[in-house]
Ligand binder design. Structure first.
Ligand code: 5AD
Ligand code: SF4
Length: 441
């Protein structure tokens, strides 16, 4: 979502004369769009700010404006100015539609600008229509914020309460992207399947639509060939969404469905509102609806109180489900969250060891899945040029990166590739038929 937000910030600044450049040296304004989810991400901001301080000090004719945006800004507010006095602007993820005004204030008052209130208005009502920028796959935020309050997580505090955009505004944005050449839309939300957007006018019986219904509607748009959504919360996957996986061919057979842990005791202490059995049952229903669906997950190891036995249950779950990919993290205590105050914090060395073990299992499963694809033909949406001349890179239905030597006119097309080899994080293939596109999945 930070990628999406950063782009929207650029869209907001374009009318007042800014454009995106490649390096901070060329910039008049540098915005660090930050993540607060784990301590490591949050601390990185201050080391980046250290580098920008030197750069700013060296400017004479063209002064540099330095801004901190996103969730670190939201969580730390004024503290950012204290630790980094050369920062000019601090603003949170819900107020960046006010950027032009903030920039004007920095110029006017020659002093720092802080904007971390949650505004009563929605930023989406102020953002210009999104552009395709030559891409064939694009993010589209449909939902933001979180009311789940997992005990480890800062998101409900930094992104705020759950909010869903109206169906009409989502469809309008999707239409704009598709008109610009986008063929795949990735619907975004911290809790994307908690989506309950205002129904279009004239819907007497349903005042709100869920994600499943929204996906059905989006699939009707001509030119939209692939739909994905991320990130989902298991306890909010409803029947309509499961049926969308069965009925909507545009909906790709890949789902990121974080489980966090395989231990019921830990899941309960995390306030996850689902246990291991319910998760397994849900995966069964998804697989019944779409037998080839591939799943990935997030995991946290070393949550307070996690014993060897709890950890073993996570490994058992990994073995049982067969995830094709995953993000896994050491638990990071975040100030203000309930879990940070739990007594039984796990030692760093234990977390490191568990993470290594878990990642070995997850990597093996991912490699096995990639290997299984060798010899098959996969429809790949070729999205960009690769590092080598003549090479294009795209995504398989299962979100795998696939490289192939292909003519550049195939950029933006869905091409059948015969998979020749598998690597831990990607596949390599060759064009099967030079004359035609194939169906999306
Ligand atoms: N420590 C470690 N990982 C975390 N995540 C969220 N909060 C924390 C934390 N305090 C992970 C979860 C979530 C992903 C986005 O980040 O696995 O799904
Ligand atoms: Fe954080 Fe996701 Fe839990 Fe919300 S559901 S509190 S975003 S981990």
């Amino acid at each position: 979502m930070n990628v999406y937000d950063a782009e929207r910030m650029a869209d907001m600044l374009f009318p007042i004369g800014y454009q995106v450049v490649n390096t901070p040296d060329e910039a008049d304004l540098v915005i660090l769009n930050t993540c607060h989810i784990r301590e490591k991400a949050a601390e990185k901001v201050y080391s980046d700010l250290g580098r920008l301080r030197k750069m700013k000090a060296m400017r004479s004719t063209n002064p540099l404006i330095v801004a901190v945006a996103g969730c670190v800004a939201q969580a730390e507010g004024r503290e950012v100015f204290r630790r980094a006095p050369h920062v000019d602007m601090v603003f949170g993820p819900q107020s960046y539609h006010r950027l032009p005004e903030m920039v004007a204030r920095v110029h006017r008052q020659k002093g720092p600008v802080l904007d971390t209130d949650f505004p009563p208005e929605s930023k989406f009502d102020f953002l210009p229509a999104p552009k395709a920028y030559g891409r064939s796959a694009a993010y589209l935020t449909v939902q933001e914020g979180c009311d789940k309050f997992c005990t480890f997580c800062v998101v409900p505090y930094t992104r705020g309460a759950e909010f869903s955009r109206s169906v009409t505004s989502v469809i309008a944005d999707a239409g704009n992207l598709i008109a610009g050449g986008v063929r795949e839309v990735i619907l975004l939300g911290q809790n994307v399947n908690a989506y309950h957007g205002e129904a279009p006018d004239g819907e007497a019986n349903h005042t709100e639509w869920g994600l499943g219904r929204l996906i059905n509607q989006l699939a009707e748009i001509d030119g939209l060939d692939r739909i994905r959504y991320t990130t989902s919360y298991p306890a909010e996957v409803d029947e309509e969404l499961i049926l969308a996986h069965r009925d909507v061919p545009e909906l790709m057979p890949f789902l990121h469905l974080p489980v966090q842990s395989g231990s019921d005791r830990i899941l309960s202490s995390m306030n996850r509102r689902h246990n291991k059995g319910q998760y397994i049952e849900l995966v069964g229903r998804l697989r019944a609806a779409r037998p080839d669906i591939a799943l990935s997950s997030d995991f946290i190891v070393g949550f307070p109180g996690e014993t060897d036995r709890d950890f073993r249950e996570t490994i058992d779950l990994v073995e049982e489900i067969g995830f094709v990919g995953a993000y896994s993290f050491k638990y990071s205590a975040r100030r203000g969250t309930p879990a940070a105050a739990l007594p039984a914090q796990v030692e760093e060395a234990v977390k490191t060891e568990r993470l290594q073990i878990l990642q070995n299992y997850l990597n093996a499963a991912q490699t096995a899945f990639n290997r299984k694809c060798v010899g098959t033909d996969m429809p790949v949406l070729l999205e960009r040029r690769g590092r080598h001349p003549g090479q294009l890179v795209g995504r398989s239905p299962f979100m795998q990166a696939v490289h192939a030597t292909a003519p550049s006119h195939m950029l933006g097309e869905i091409i059948s590739l015969r998979i020749d080899s598998a690597h831990p994080n990607s596949l390599a293939g060759r064009v099967v038929d030079y004359n035609s596109e194939v169906s999306p999945a």
